[in-house]
Each structure stands twice: as structure tokens, then as C-alpha cells.
Design a protein around this ligand. Structure first.
Ligand code: PLP
Length: 475
């Protein structure tokens, strides 16, 4: 079993392994190529009775686990949204693991609580969010959105729903047809029922139509429902569309409805002053979430949740058993009262490391590089007659399909593009994912990986083009 001496020795070797991995990650197939249960079946069915040498554990990691990994830090990872990381963030995570602190209340780790408060203030400054807002780190945007809906429900019920349940009130939540599935899930968990999640139609840019929203709320009120909350998205998952907050916010105010803004991915762009006008109206939101763990170089998990009224948040989640009472209540932030879980990781440390290592200017520079690379690829796409750009691309994500001359019907094109995607991903040379808009299959390419440079997008585009041309020739 490891002791302090062997821990020190193995940890040094492990850091070398980590640096070698990041240096050569480019040489791995981006997407894991293993079959279902291939890894599982290689592992023993029972745990070892006796200690095994660390070297053997590490060798098994390399032999059995690594081949089954999809490499999210690969510079040709263009799938989903990135969960990007960075050297400083990894070092911060190592320290978090070493300290092993459970940061549920101020007293269990005062520095963790105070660093978290400071980091949330830094993020407000960086994104130019209203300074009177308060922030807390959540594990995911899904949890933050659930917090928003639960807080809205509790407030709207006059702070009785936690105690009495819904009492027959039929609350309604509004979002666009393009909203992330975490909203459906939050509505389920909050006990409102997905029948009461109203999906508002979008315009040709796939953004929520404010007038349709207003009509839906007014109509619901006439039918005896209680409009509760609007979830607007800044950067939808499918196509990074932006719901127009400037007209949506006053509707929410007039109608006395909570406004939550889900900016899980694209919120990071607000660090760039040139992007802030796209979020005009955000200052009127009741709550806002974005994930530094997606595009801000900070290891998963790190989701930043901000609220206008922290008293409502705390009143919704506070629960005070005798064993958690401390002498500092009221003077400090006990973050267990600001969300769902009691136990909390020391998430602020890695964020502190990242912001200090990059500097805000360094983060802005990297984001602008990603956006410039996306513009470059978009230009290549537009120059290629068979490639169609399928949705506006305001950030660093592109949406396209290949259109061979021989094909015209939507389902034929869908099948062709699904095959193209599969062939590209099977090649191991890049990883892309897809979405569907109005039954049309669209390939997404998100250029936000920490280590991506021009050579990677150039190679990726060449590969996409050659593969698409080869498949077209086979038609
Ligand atoms: C717009 C949007 N909201 C919410 C989520 C969920 O994020 P998380 O995994 O942090 O819950 C995503 C994930 O991609 C997203 O794109």
C-alpha cells in the first residue's frame, strides 16, 4: 500500500505521465473506439483482497482504461460543447484532492467559502454582471436551473410550497423549443409536471419570439394557470441561438414572472466586451448561470450561478439541523444553504488558479482566437459549393451539412450526413456531433478546446472535405 515515501515518488512519476499525455494527446483517436462492455469484461469481477502495487494499478489504467476514453482535451475535439481544462486548472484540482476538504459550511473550510465568494465577485467583474447580484458555485448548470425553478416556486407561493406542496396551484414554466433538456428535467423534479412546460416558438434565427411568449403567459393566466418562470437561453445547445433578453425581461417584469437565463456555454463570451450587447436585458434577470467548466479552461465541475435576491435562494434551501449549527451564522456564507447538496467540493481553487494563470486578458485572447478560428472555418465552408451553413453562428460553433448534387430529398440528405458524421468520427481524427432543426440533420463543429490551433482546424476541415467528397462519389 502506498505510504508517504512511495506517494511522493509515484506522484512525481504521475505528473510526468500527465504532462506526456497532454503533450501527445493529439496522437490518440479522439473518440473511444471500444465496443460496449469491452472494458468492463477486462476488469476482474471481484475486488482485490490484498494491496496491489501502484505500478500495476497504473499499468492497468494505461492498458485497459485509457483505450476506452474519449479524449476531451484533444485539440481536434469539436463535439458537443467542450469541457475544456488547462494546466493551472489541473494543478488546482490536484490540490483540491490533496486537501480533501468538505466545504459545506464556512466553518468546515473558511478559506474555501471566502475564496468562492471572491471568485464569484471576480466573475461578476469579468462578465460585467450587476454588482449587486450574489453568486455561488454549483456542480452543473442543470442543478443551477433547478435551484432557479425551486426558488421561483417558493417565492411565488409566498414561501409555503416547501412546507405545503403545490396546494393545487398549476404553475407554468416557459422556454423556447430549442431549450436544453435540463429544463424539462428541472420542471419534472420540481413537481410541476412537464405538461406545464410551455415551449415557445422560435424565429428564423432559432431564438424565442417574445410576443408569442407574452401571448402564452396571458392565455395561461386566463385559463387559471399561475405563470411562474421564463427560462431564456443565451447560446442554445443545438445552434448557440440567443433568446432576445431586451424584450423578454420587461415581459417577465410586467407579468411578475421569474426570469432565469441559461448561458451554460456561451456565457463565457460575455468576458469579451464586444459580445455584451447580445445579452442586453440580462441585468433584469432574477438568476443567471454559466459554466466556466465548458469554455473557460476550468476542469469540470464548475458552474457559476448568480441571483438577484440571495435571501430568496437561502430561504428556499436553508435547513438547519442541530449538528450543522455554528457560531458564525449570518456573518459568513454557508453555501450548503445556496443549493441542493450538503456536501461541496472546493471548486473555487481551480478557478482562482485559472484566472490568475491566464489573467483576464489571456482568457479574452484565447476566446477571440477560438472565435477567429471558427470564422476561418466558416469561410472555408462558404467557399465550398457542396457545404451548406445551416444556422447563424454568433460564437465559435458552426452548423453545416454536406449537400451532394445527386441528393435533394431531406431524408436522403439526412442519411448522407449521418453517414458522413459516423465515418468522420470512426476515423479517430476528429470528433463532431449533430443536432436536428425542423427534421434536418445538421453537423455541429465547436472550436473551443483549450489546445486547438489553426493547424488542427485546417487538418480537420481537409479531412471533412475529403471524406464528404469520397462518400459523394460513391453515390
Ligand atoms: C444551454 C445549456 N444548458 C444547460 C446545459 C447543461 O449543462 P450541465 O452539464 O452543466 O448541467 C447545457 C449542456 O451542454 C447547455 O448547453
Amino acid at each position: 500500500m502506498l505510504d508517504l515515501t512511495s506517494f511522493r515518488r509515484e506522484a512525481h512519476a504521475l505528473v510526468d505521465w500527465m504532462a506526456d499525455y497532454l503533450e501527445t494527446v493529439d496522437s490518440y483517436p479522439v473518440k473511444a473506439r471500444t465496443a460496449p462492455y469491452e472494458i468492463f469484461n477486462k476488469l476482474p469481477d471481484t475486488p482485490p483482497e490484498n494491496s496491489e502495487p501502484f505500478k500495476k494499478i497504473m499499468n492497468d489504467f494505461v492498458a485497459h482504461i485509457l483505450p476506452g476514453m474519449t479524449h476531451w482535451q484533444h485539440p481536434r475535439f469539436f463535439a458537443y460543447f467542450p469541457a475544456n481544462s488547462s494546466y493551472a486548472s489541473v494543478l488546482g484540482e490536484m490540490l483540491t484532492a490533496t486537501l480533501g476538504a468538505q466545504c459545506m459550511i464556512w466553518e468546515t473550510s473558511p478559506a474555501a467559502a471566502e475564496l468562492e465568494e471572491k471568485m464569484m465577485n471576480w466573475l461578476k467583474e469579468m462578465l460585467d454582471l450587476p454588482r449587486e447580484w450574489d453568486g455561488v458555485m454549483q456542480d452543473t448548470a442543470s442543478a443551477a436551473t433547478l435551484c432557479a425553478i425551486l426558488s421561483a416556486r417558493e417565492k411565488k407561493s409566498g414561501f409555503t410550497s416547501n412546507q405545503q406542496g403545490l396546494n393545487g396551484t398549476r404553475y407554468r414554466v416557459y422556454c423556447s423549443t430549442q431549450t436544453h433538456s435540463s429544463i424539462d428535467k428541472a420542471v419534472r423534479i420540481a413537481g410541476l409536471g412537464t405538461d406545464h412546460l410551455v415551449k415557445v416558438a422560435v424565429d428564423d434565427k432559432l431564438a424565442m419570439q417574445p410576443e408569442t411568449l407574452r401571448q402564452a403567459i396571458e392565455q395561461d393566466r386566463r385559463k387559471g394557470y399561475t405563470p411562474l418562470c421564463v427560462i431564456a437561453t443565451f447560446g442554445t445547445t443545438g445552434t448557440t441561438a440567443i433568446d432576445p433578453l431586451a424584450p423578454i425581461a420587461p415581459i417577465c417584469r410586467e407579468q411578475d414572472v421569474w426570469l432565469h437565463v441559461d448561458a451554460a456555454y456561451a456565457g463565457t463570451a460575455l468576458i469579451l466586451p464586444e459580445y455584451r450587447s447580445l445579452a442586453s436585458g440580462l441585468e433584469h434577470a432574477d438568476s443567471f448561470v454559466f459554466n466556466p467548466h465548458k469554455w473557460m479552461f476550468t476542469n469540470f465541475d464548475c458552474s457559476a450561478y448568480f441571483v438577484r435576491d440571495k435571501a430568496t435562494l437561502i430561504r428556499t434551501f436553508e435547513i438547519l439541523p442541530e449538528y450543522l449549527k455554528t457560531g458564525q451564522r449570518g456573518q459568513v456564507n454557508d453555501y450548503r444553504d445556496w443549493g441542493i447538496a450538503l456536501g461541496r467540493r472546493f471548486r473555487a481553487l481551480k478557478l482562482w488558479f485559472v484566472i490568475r494563470d491566464f489573467g483576464v486578458a489571456g482568457i479574452r485572447k484565447r476566446l477571440r482566437e477560438h472565435i477567429a478560428l471558427a470564422r476561418q472555418v466558416e469561410q472555408w465552408m462558404r467557399e465550398e459549393a457542396a457545404c451548406e451553413c445551416m444556422a447563424p453562428a454568433p460564437f465559435n460553433a458552426l452548423f453545416f451539412r454536406w449537400h451532394p448534387k445527386k441528393l435533394t430529398a431531406t431524408d436522403e440528405l439526412n442519411r448522407f450526413n449521418a453517414r458522413l458524421l459516423q465515418t468522420l468520427n470512426d476515423s479517430g481524427r476528429l470528433y463532431l456531433t449533430h443536432t436536428r432543426i425542423n427534421d434536418t440533420f445538421i453537423i455541429r463543429m465547436v472550436i473551443g478546446q483549450t489546445y486547438v490551433r489553426e493547424e488542427h482546424v485546417r487538418k480537420a476541415w481537409r479531412h471533412i472535405k475529403e471524406t464528404a467528397q469520397k462518400l459523394s462519389a460513391e453515390l
